[in-house]
Design a protein around this ligand. Structure first.
Ligand code: NDP
Length: 245
């Protein structure tokens, strides 16, 4: 299926690993011009730059922490300089950790909230003025926000915030013809899943109707749909991509 995204200008946060990397490569293969950011892993960034060099289009990989206003401003300067305007924004950058609430320090709460929720505010606040009618925003939330997960109170709270922000913002953006939707992934095989023991992984598999973890490309496919006009009457929606948890 063609998503007719040829020539679209896209910003993807957290684009160098896992789901974000699959999203960047899928969009570039569809003919988009992509600016992707990452926080600190320069090797993964170099790998992505190398892979993007093989696809036509104007691409750029920029170090910028989405939780830092000054770094987001620099990232958006790059979008302006390289692309001029934006058609699609994918807020994917995410931080996670596993800590019992009783031992959850304010600094760790803040780190996760800064990336997952304040990062979304900073990115959208800066990027929306570059978008016009027909624009699409896709935020990566989490199934965890719907079901609740022990040791992840900070993470689930931030992802529930992503849903609330998107639902309200869709009403402000609708009159400008800009849509915003959220994807709630289940358990996806990324860096985040690498530390699982075989027993934990089996337990997660058993939680899904399909009996397996998801692949980053299976989230990227839904991003393509939500970024494109194929979803032109969808806004404020949350799409669960979780293998039937
Ligand atoms: P990964 O850890 O594999 O990759 C995270 C990416 O985000 C990296 O490119 C990383 O860059 C970047 N990043 C992290 N923090 C920041 C920051 N503050 N500023 C800019 N970039 C940042 O994550 P996943 O692919 O697993 O997750 C992607 C999204 O999907 C997240 O929002 C996550 O919460 C969500 N999700 C994931 C699930 C899963 O099972 N994997 C399930 C449900 C939701 P660097 O490496 O340089 O730090």
């Amino acid at each position: 299926m063609s998503f007719r995204l040829d020539g679209k200008n896209v910003l993807v946060t957290g684009g160098t690993r896992g789901i974000g990397r699959a999203v960047v490569l899928s969009l570039a293969q569809e003919g988009c011009n992509v600016v992707a950011c990452y926080r600190g892993d320069a090797e993964a960034a170099a790998r992505l730059e190398n892979d993007l060099a093989a696809t036509p289009g104007k691409h750029s990989v920029v170090q910028a922490d989405v939780g830092r206003a000054d770094q987001v401003a620099r990232l958006l300067d790059e979008c302006r300089a390289r692309l001029g305007s934006l058609d699609v924004v994918v807020h994917n950058a995410g931080a996670i950790s596993h800590v019992p609430f009783a031992r959850l320090e304010l600094a760790e709460w803040q780190r996760v909230l800064d990336t997952n929720l304040t990062g979304m505010y900073l990115i959208l606040h800066g990027a929306l003025p570059l978008m016009s009618e027909g624009g699409s925003v896709v935020a990566i939330g989490s199934k965890a926000a719907m079901v609740g997960v022990p040791l992840r109170t900070h993470y689930t709270a931030s992802k529930a915030g992503v849903l609330g922000l998107a639902r309200s913002l869709c009403k402000e953006l609708g009159p400008q013809g800009i849509r915003i939707n959220v994807i709630a992934p289940g358990i996806i095989s990324t860096h985040a899943a690498e530390g699982l023991s075989p027993e934990q992984e089996q337990r997660y598999r058993n939680m899904t109707a399909l009996g397996r973890l998801g692949e980053p490309e299976e989230i990227a496919d839904v991003v393509l749909f939500l970024a494109s006009d194929r979803s032109r009457y969808m806004s404020g929606e949350t799409v669960h991509v979780d293998g039937g948890i």
